[in-house]
Design a protein around this ligand. Structure first.
Ligand SMILES: Cc1cc2nc3c(=O)[nH]c(=O)nc-3n(C[C@H](O)[C@H](O)[C@H](O)COP(=O)(O)O)c2cc1C
Length: 231
């Protein structure tokens, strides 16, 4: 590959990586099945330990998506499921501080006061209609595997987001679904070993929605990486 070709690829790949954002407002335009299949096909190039590919994806649109969303919203409002375990309680201070910063930016973009718990709960509920996106994805893993296999699934999830972004689509990865595994398992007739890890909204973004323009800050490289033995 020539230097020019490499530079072009670097520019394109970096731009797709940097432009991906979690999007939470979508147009209603449907996403063709062939386009989604193409995204999943390229995303499946993700590496996995010993090529085990321990993932399953359930894609829902139209009536099946509406039925699943209705069941999830009902369960959310009932509030009878155990609380989410995806973060420890209490969250260590460093992470709690970033989580608070996320909340401040997120709710501000929506005009919701951080002290308005009812407003926040209404926004949390939007997770379950996939923020109005025409496609909902549920990612499951074979729960007989060890925690390291979740890393494989994470790589697939990122690939789906990047392949979608490169095609003008938007996504939001959502762990909110994990807590509702029993509802999802029933509605999607999941196999006995499948465990819901996360969901994802996918569709054409509403570019003018302020919530789609939150620039979440990142830690500087020097804060999270050590370099040793370099010139
Ligand atoms: C594993 C994972 C789970 C997430 N779960 C949710 C979720 O349930 N609901 C939501 O609105 N955003 C969710 N997010 C999006 C994060 O809030 C978002 O990635 C983070 O704030 C950084 O912003 P960015 O994706 O726009 O760069 C999740 C992200 C990841 C990676």
């Amino acid at each position: 590959m020539s230097e020019h070709e490499t530079a072009d690829i670097t520019r394109v790949v970096d731009s797709v990586l940097r432009s991906r954002r979690s999007l939470r407002a979508y147009r209603t335009d449907p996403v063709p099945r062939e386009l989604l299949a193409e995204i999943l096909e390229v995303a499946a190039s993700a590496p996995s330990n010993s090529n085990t590919q321990p993932w399953q994806i359930h894609a829902v649109a139209a009536a099946p998506k509406a039925t699943l969303s209705a069941a999830l919203l009902a369960a959310f409002h009932e509030g009878t499921l155990p609380p989410s375990l995806h973060f420890p309680d209490p969250l260590p201070a460093e992470y709690a501080q970033r989580q608070q910063d996320f909340g401040a930016r997120y709710y501000q973009s929506l005009g919701i006061d951080v002290a308005d718990m009812a407003g926040r709960a209404r926004q949390t509920a939007r997770n379950f209609d996939f923020f109005g996106a025409p496609v909902g994805l549920i990612f499951t893993i074979d729960q007989r595997l060890a925690p390291h296999s979740w890393l494989d699934l994470g790589l697939l999830v990122q690939n789906v987001m990047i392949a979608a972004t490169a095609r003008g689509l938007g996504t939001c990865p959502q762990v909110s679904f994990a807590r509702f595994h029993p509802v999802i398992a029933r509605h999607l007739a999941l196999g006995e070993h499948e465990l819901t890890v996360c969901g994802m909204s996918l569709g054409y973004p509403q570019h003018d929605a302020a919530v789609n323009h939150i620039a979440m800050p990142r830690r500087a490289v020097r804060e999270f990486a050590n370099f040793d033995g370099f010139e």
